[in-house]
Design a binder for this molecule. Structure first.
Ligand SMILES: *Cc1c(COP(=O)(O)O)cnc(C)c1O
Length: 356
């Protein structure tokens, strides 16, 4: 049976990327060696690193004055690495869910943290909009896509202080204006590569200003100076990321990706909105294009387990909602074809005909 992979992360990668990665594991560039057994400092890998950085810059249209870093530790490591490098006395946060809270928790160890707004009381079903960013904060932190709740900030917002964004689950999903951000980071395992790779895009002029000692491995300057080769970088996920980026470029770049992501999201949200038994959980104006969350209406609640089974018997994988939202979550990352979304919609409609 054909599987439709809606996993939230690690998640679907283009088949072509998986095949190219498998090929490089067996024989990298016709060298007779596996990409798993070469030096990260070899000429061959240097080419991979350089092209990956170049494609990051090209596809995201990153202006001069920014560095692109490939690190370990996951997005979660950035929750402390960012304050180590940028927090002097105060940082501001928009509280849009679990990941924003984890970032805030780490920052609290460094000084005053201001929560400018929160949608916690509504179980993070919307993105707060009326808030004031303190102009004396060292930075303002947002989570652009809230993977668990299915809300997303789809515009590049203005901030009077450096804007820091966790883009773990929506990087490369739309064209964006990097110049509005001071730092963008994320784990690569949602929309880019297998787990193990963390990307950081940082505006160089923000660094070197804090008064504390920064541990060498946690200092962005260390990694900038050595082109992400201060220590051994995650070689294999970087190789896969390169293949993903090559494919993105060949397929029309981020404008085309955005078009496809909008079409996929509309297809599924329309089905949810026109359903008698399903209902979306996120506020319509803040709906994510990457993680689409829905539940059974109260009068059909007892059918949830049935639908879970019904869908998995038809090849749907990974649609169980996060435990803090319940119901269902379909992650519709770049690599997910619209045919899979259509298959899920068909499955929902078939179920509704049978049960409602
Ligand atoms: C998955 C996720 C994280 C955590 O990433 P790790 O790489 O596992 O640390 C952080 N933020 C967001 C928005 C995520 O989706």
């Amino acid at each position: 049976m054909k599987k439709h992979n809606f996993n939230a992360g690690p998640s679907i990668l283009p088949r072509e990327v998986i095949e190219k990665t498998a090929q490089a594991v067996l024989d990298f560039n016709g060298s007779g060696l596996s990409v798993l057994e070469i030096s990260h400092r070899s000429k061959d890998f240097e080419v991979v690193m350089n092209e990956t950085v170049a494609l990051f810059k090209e596809l995201l249209n990153i202006p001069e004055g920014y560095s692109v870093l490939f690190l370990g530790g996951g997005a979660s490591m950035q929750f402390c690495m960012i304050p180590f490098n940028l927090f002097e006395k105060k940082a501001a946060f928009l509280n849009t869910g679990v990941w924003a809270n984890k970032a805030m928790k780490e920052a609290k160890g460094f000084g005053e943290v201001v929560e400018v707004a929160s949608s916690k009381d509504a179980n993070y079903t919307f993105i707060p909009k009326d808030y004031v960013i303190p102009t004396d904060a060292d930075y303002f932190h947002i989570t652009t896509n809230n993977t668990i709740y299915g809300t997303e900030i789809l515009t590049d917002i203005d901030s009077p202080v450096p804007l820091i964004a966790d883009m773990s689950s929506d990087i490369f999903s739309r064209p964006m204006d990097v110049s509005k951000y001071g730092l963008i980071y994320g784990g690569a395992q949602k929309n880019l590569a297998p787990a193990g790779l963390t990307f950081v895009i940082v505006k160089d002029e923000l660094l070197g200003k804090v008064s504390r000692y920064i541990p060498t491995m946690l200092n962005y300057k260390t990694h900038i100076a050595d082109g992400s080769m201060f220590n051994t970088p995650p070689v294999l996920p970087i190789y896969s990321a390169l293949e993903t980026l090559r494919l993105l470029k060949a397929n029309g770049g981020l404008a085309e990706m955005e078009k496809r992501n909008i079409a996929k999201a509309e297809l599924l949200y329309n089905a949810i909105d026109n359903s008698k038994i399903f209902v979306g959980t996120a506020a319509k104006e803040d709906r994510s294009r990457m993680n689409i969350c829905f539940v059974m209406k109260p009068e059909y609640k007892e059918l949830e387990a049935d639908f879970q089974k019904f869908a998995s018997e038809r090849g749907m994988v990974g649609i169980k909602g996060h435990r803090s939202v319940g119901g269902f979550r379909a992650s519709t990352y770049n690599a997910l074809p619209i045919e899979s979304v259509q298959a899920l919609v068909d499955c929902m409609q078939e179920f509704e005909k049978l049960k409602a």
